[in-house]
Design a protein around this ligand. Sequence first.
Ligand SMILES: Cc1cc2nc3c(=O)[nH]c(=O)nc-3n(C[C@H](O)[C@H](O)[C@H](O)COP(=O)(O)OP(=O)(O)OC[C@H]3O[C@@H](n4cnc5c(N)ncnc54)[C@H](O)[C@@H]3O)c2cc1C
Length: 458
Amino acid sequence: MKEEHVKYLEEIAGQDKVLTDIEDKICFGFDSTRLQYLPDVIVKVKDSRQISSILKFANEYKIPVTPRGAATGLSGGCLAVNGGILLVLLEMNRIYYVNPIDLLVEVQAGAITVDVDKAASKYKLFYPPDPGSMKTSTIGGNIAENAGGLRGLKYGVTKDYVNSMEVVLPTGEIIDIGTRTVKSVTGYNLVDLMVGSEGTLGVVSKATLALLPIPPARASLLALFNNLTEAAKTVRDIVAEGVITATLELVDNVTINAIEDYLKIGLNRNVGAMLLIEVDGQQGSVDIEAEVIKKVCAQNNALSCKLAASEKERDVLWSARRAALSSLARIKPSTILEDATVPRSRIVELVEAVNNIAKKYDIMIGTFGHAGDGNLHPTILTDLRDKEEEKKVEKVIEEIFIETVKLDGTLSGEHGIGLTKARFLKLEISDEVYKLMKKIKHALDPNNILNPGKLFVD
Ligand SMILES: Cc1cc2nc3c(=O)[nH]c(=O)nc-3n(C[C@H](O)[C@H](O)[C@H](O)COP(=O)(O)OP(=O)(O)OC[C@H]3O[C@@H](n4cnc5c(N)ncnc54)[C@H](O)[C@@H]3O)c2cc1C
């Protein structure tokens, strides 16, 4: 990047907020895929006016701009694949207010997800989308990826909680979209267009998010099974019994052992799979639902199904689940986490398909995920330095996606297409839909400067 361009960025954001040292570029060159692309310059912005000036300047000189939150993304979305400006939003982390009557919170896009939930809890409210990364991820990143979480089955995903947003368009205009009302049918639903657009249609600078009252009672259960198939059948049957649990998470034997190696909390290493289940609501309904779950687990040959005896025991179980990915990542040099999602009725078939693919290619896969949402994370544990192994892994990934789509599923339940899944997009969407998506992108970003190289391969 030209020196005068760096100087101009310094004028906009301040000298200490513009980084060009190689050490900084390396630190900001990664995300949680562990791929690496170095930006030419890193700019830490503080408000929408700065973002707007940077985007106008970038349009003039056709410089790529990549928005970045906390870089916990798992599809390479915040990597500056074409160099250019990396727009870091982490310092835009203000939580403006919680409105306990309208059940809303207004935040800057760089606010950390867990901090939003903590602010809400002072009013006995909570922010339902709770990605496993919530202690680190930002609201802007959650909106861009339409992040889900452990509570998705009952409470939905990020899109269900975004009321309104301030967005800076790729051409630099600052717009407000959505409302602070419970409902609105005024014009096109631009909020839903922006949510999940992976930082390719606009930079989110502020958001007003919906909150819910914290349920008065909850119960967590741990059910153990001989094999994954019985656990997956249980997931399907619990919902078929009319119980919508807050969380319904599945963890396979490989992942159980990885967590136990890491946390040493006394998990049973010999079982084929476990389900972590939580129900919440009024005490009476929580008790009834817990009984139904125990019955369904028994019908599916569960080895055991126990209620967590205390809040402490509950917290241990959920921190174990949240540690699944980090625990698996310790096993081999390379970890590739996929995001296959199918209708819940087909979860058993997906589990079996992934197992068969792992056996066929003799590749280690740990599987865990939001099974209640039909969303599994088959996690390939490998060593990509070995070129033969890399070729096998490519085939494994492709076959997992082909099987997922055959099962009426989708390539990504929550991590987005980004860089890593762009070449598979046409497995799922038709040429017409692909062209329509590109037209939308072109209408908003005629010079293709905002997060180029993501979502589309051409
Ligand atoms: C251990 C672990 C557990 C995880 N668990 C979950 C889970 O349960 N559910 C889930 O959905 N995901 C999960 N993820 C993935 C990841 O945390 C989410 O995708 C998260 O939403 C990314 O937020 P971020 O702030 O880190 O965004 P980044 O990784 O920085 O960016 C992600 C994408 O958002 C764009 N972006 C960032 N900020 C903005 C903005 N303000 N405006 C426009 N675009 C922006 C970037 O350009 C990029 O395309 C997990 C990741 C890890 C490492």
